[in-house]
Ligand binder design. Structure first.
Ligand code: SAM
Length: 267
């Protein structure tokens, strides 16, 4: 086992460890763990957030991929029976093994896997009460963007359709060791019990959103021409000359539902 202070950060695991106590405290305060909460931390690393959260809850599962860090966490905190340490890849995690509802997921996420991880966690949205993550500030801006903004894109639409999103605060590189090259930010996502607009088929939304944003400069008339006709767009009250970044989430849902309808009727 490598002592935590001797551990050399591994780039491939996106390791930037928090060392500023006031920032660590601020993050745990914003998570606001309650005794009865079931918390799951992704990427506990050397335990910066873990140790403080553990003081407040009766159940904390942590998921860490780096076996050296798992070994030192076990030495440091392993005899605390509120904590279960899993050596696993969060991208392959079956979240439902931890329970069917009200899970609270937290983490200072490895930046290199943050987008696929968010999409992976979204598949378990019914089991999740909320997720509080530290991400690259630019990714948080994309998650929370509004239509008409150049950061508004696929990540925005897919996450905002299913979750209420909130950007909380920014953290400078100096709070980490090693320092990342970019600012970070904390975001909170709360899966909605019932999304605002009824969607017939998740896969259709994924396809429409992906295609609409695949060439941002194109109008949706061109971007979606293999999926929905101009006549259908007009019928939905959506101007075919609009660009994807100017569509509201409700418009994407209307387009996805029409695509679903056209697909099943062409079978
Ligand atoms: N939470 C610690 C902190 O704030 O100091 C460490 C944060 S560091 C940015 C990301 C952590 O996620 C590292 O401990 C890294 O080993 C772990 N990690 C990277 N990829 C992972 C994966 N696929 N599954 C689980 N943990 C992963």
């Amino acid at each position: 086992m490598i002592a935590p202070d001797k551990h050399r950060a591994r780039k491939r695991f996106g390791q930037n460890f928090l060392h500023d106590p006031s920032i660590i405290q601020r993050i745990v305060d914003i998570i606001n763990p309650q005794k009865q909460d079931h918390l799951i931390e992704i990427g506990p690393g050397k335990g910066a957030l873990t140790t403080l959260m553990l003081e407040r809850v009766t159940k904390l599962d942590v998921i860490e991929i780096d076996r050296d860090l798992v070994a030192s966490l076990k030495t440091m905190l392993g005899n605390d029976d509120r904590l279960v340490i899993h050596e696993a890849d969060a991208l392959k995690l079956e979240l439902s093994q931890f329970g069917q509802k009200d899970l609270r997921i937290v983490g200072n996420l490895p930046y290199n896997i943050s987008t696929p991880l968010l999409f992976h966690l979204l598949t378990y949205k019914k089991c999740i009460k909320d997720m509080t993550f530290m991400l690259q500030k630019e990714v948080v801006n994309r998650i929370c963007a509004k239509p008409g903004n150049k950061q508004y894109g696929r990540l925005t639409v897919m996450l905002q359709y299913y979750c209420e999103v909130e950007s909380l605060f920014t953290i400078k590189p100096g709070a980490f060791n090693p320092s990342p090259k970019v600012d970070s930010a904390i975001v909170r996502l709360r899966p909605l019990k019932k999304p605002q607009h009824e969607l017939l088929d998740h896969e259709c939304l994924k396809i429409i959103v992906r295609e609409a944003f695949s060439q941002r400069r194109k109008t949706i008339r061109n971007g979606l021409k293999n999926y929905i006709s101009e006549t259908d767009m007009k019928d939905l009250d959506i101007a075919p000359e609009t660009r994807a970044e100017n569509l509201e989430i409700a418009d994407f849902v209307k387009l996805a539902n029409r695509y679903h309808y056209l697909k099943i009727n062409s079978l």
